[in-house]
Design a protein around this ligand. Structure first.
Ligand SMILES: Cc1cc2nc3c(=O)[nH]c(=O)nc-3n(C[C@H](O)[C@H](O)[C@H](O)COP(=O)(O)OP(=O)(O)OC[C@H]3O[C@@H](n4cnc5c(N)ncnc54)[C@H](O)[C@@H]3O)c2cc1C
Length: 411
């Protein structure tokens, strides 16, 4: 029996098996009744569970990255943090990363994991081809030209096991991080677009109950012009953990204060050699169309007194619209509102329906790897319908299904 990273759930799988070769993985899948790939277990819900079935740990398969001209082929269980320095040494970069490098590439793209940046889509956008181990044990490859491709990358583990992924690279670049304290909410609402345009990647940190957004974090490719002030917010006088206002020290954060560094050491908020975030926590995240950002923030501020007592910190980011059918940003740019909760799950689960009700008028979607309730989410759009058809075709017996997927997606 094994827990997820946050320790808020124990998987119900009968066994976790770590095949030593691809052929062994194929055998295991071919003969299993219920099976799912398991990444680094950073999801907060049961999306990766396989009750009474198998979970596959693929960390021994395809261990060596193959770096080619502006692309890299890696095994699905590779963590971003395992490969980023090597890419930089070879003169390359990924366009974006999530807040932490500890997560596997396949597990991340499977749930639509993203960073921030109004021109930057989720991490799945870098994937140009995949090798998928399907229900009968055979391997299939899909690349961008294939009609099914928008279904196979953000796949919530429902189509098979991603054994190998090819990612687009660009020439390596440097990034600086600058933090601004105390942005008045009135300015955040009036100037949200300009604030997003002030960085390659921008995050706002808030608890929804104060009159100010506690911090704005700008990540910019260098060289960059950094303003002296940001609509009333002033440069921080030292490093800031995202949850600085909750009293958390900045020990595990990447270098800020405008010091340039390689992309992989600045785009994540947290350093690989430390535990990320705060540890004893839960997370939720909701996505609304970018055009409704200000209205969505007002809706959340109206229930700030219900959110703040359970919160560690909330983070606002933007994600560019992209193609994958299950992407939270399928069919257009989205603003992403993330909640790092205290580990008080019954109380958090009681407030999620209220948050979802408030955001429902905007066509809200949820992060596939975080906690959500689900009753009023936009879970039945065209992309989802196409995905259901693909899942039925690739996994007719439902080998890769689990109760989470049956409740929210494959119903
Ligand atoms: C501290 C912290 C910070 C986070 N920050 C961010 C962030 O900045 N942005 C964001 O969007 N999310 C963030 N997340 C959420 C996280 O990115 C997702 O939960 C992601 O799915 C975790 O990847 P994993 O490797 O742990 O996958 P797991 O949780 O192990 O699995 C997730 C899903 O992927 C599937 N899967 C795993 N491997 C494979 C494979 N080889 N083939 C097919 N399917 C597979 C699983 O079956 C499951 O359905 C954060 C989570 C934590 C704990």
């Amino acid at each position: 029996m094994i827990e997820n990273w946050a320790g808020n759930l124990t998987y119900g799988a009968r066994e976790i098996v770590a095949p030593r070769t691809l052929a062994e993985a194929q055998e295991l899948v071919a003969h299993a009744t219920r099976v799912k790939a398991l990444g680094s277990r950073h999801s907060f819900n049961t999306v990766a569970d396989s009750p009474d079935g198998l979970q596959l740990d693929l960390s021994a398969v395809n261990r060596t990255p193959e770096i080619g001209a502006a692309k890299v082929a890696i095994g699905g269980a590779t963590r971003y943090g395992d490969v980023v320095a090597q890419l930089h040494e070879a003169g390359y970069a990924l366009a974006n990363l999530a807040s932490l490098p500890h997560i596997t590439v396949a597990g991340s793209v499977a749930t639509g994991t993203h960073g921030s940046g109004q021109r930057l889509p989720g991490l799945a956008a870098a994937v140009s081809a995949v090798e998928l181990l399907t229900a009968d044990g055979s391997l299939r490859t899909f690349s961008r030209a294939d009609a099914e491709f928008p279904g196979v990358v953000v796949n919530v583990g429902a189509l098979g096991v991603l054994t190998r992924l090819t990612l687009d690279l660009e020439p390596t670049f440097s990034v600086r991080q600058d933090v601004f304290d105390a942005l008045p909410w009135s300015a955040a609402l009036a100037h949200f677009d300009e604030i997003q345009a002030a960085g390659y990647s921008v995050s706002l940190f808030t608890n929804w109950a104060r009159d100010v957004v506690d911090q704005v974090l700008l990540k910019n490719r260098v060289p960059a012009e950094i303003p002296d002030a940001l609509f009333g917010a002033l440069p921080a006088d030292g490093p800031r953990h995202p949850a600085h206002a909750a009293g958390i020290s900045a020990e595990n954060t990447t270098v800020q204060g405008g010091v340039p560094g390689p992309w992989y050491a600045r785009l994540p908020h947290f350093r690989l050699e430390f535990a990320p975030s705060v540890g004893a926590e839960l997370q939720s995240e909701y996505f609304v169309p970018r055009a409704h950002a200000a209205a969505a923030f007002e809706a959340l501020r109206s229930i700030g007194d219900r959110i703040a007592p359970l919160l560690v910190v909330s983070e606002i980011r933007t994600v560019a619209g992209d193609e994958p059918w299950l992407s939270p940003a399928y069919d257009g740019d989205r603003v992403a509102v993330h909640f790092t909760w205290q580990q008080r799950q019954p109380e958090v689960e009681a407030v999620l329906p209220l948050i979802e009700e408030k955001l429902a008028p905007f066509g809200v979607r949820a992060h596939w790897g975080k906690l959500f309730h689900g009753a009023v989410l936009d879970l039945d759009h065209q992309g989802v319908r196409q995905f259901r058809e693909l899942a039925a075709e690739l996994d007719p017996a439902g080998k890769f299904r689990n109760p989470f997927l049956e409740r929210h997606l494959l119903r």
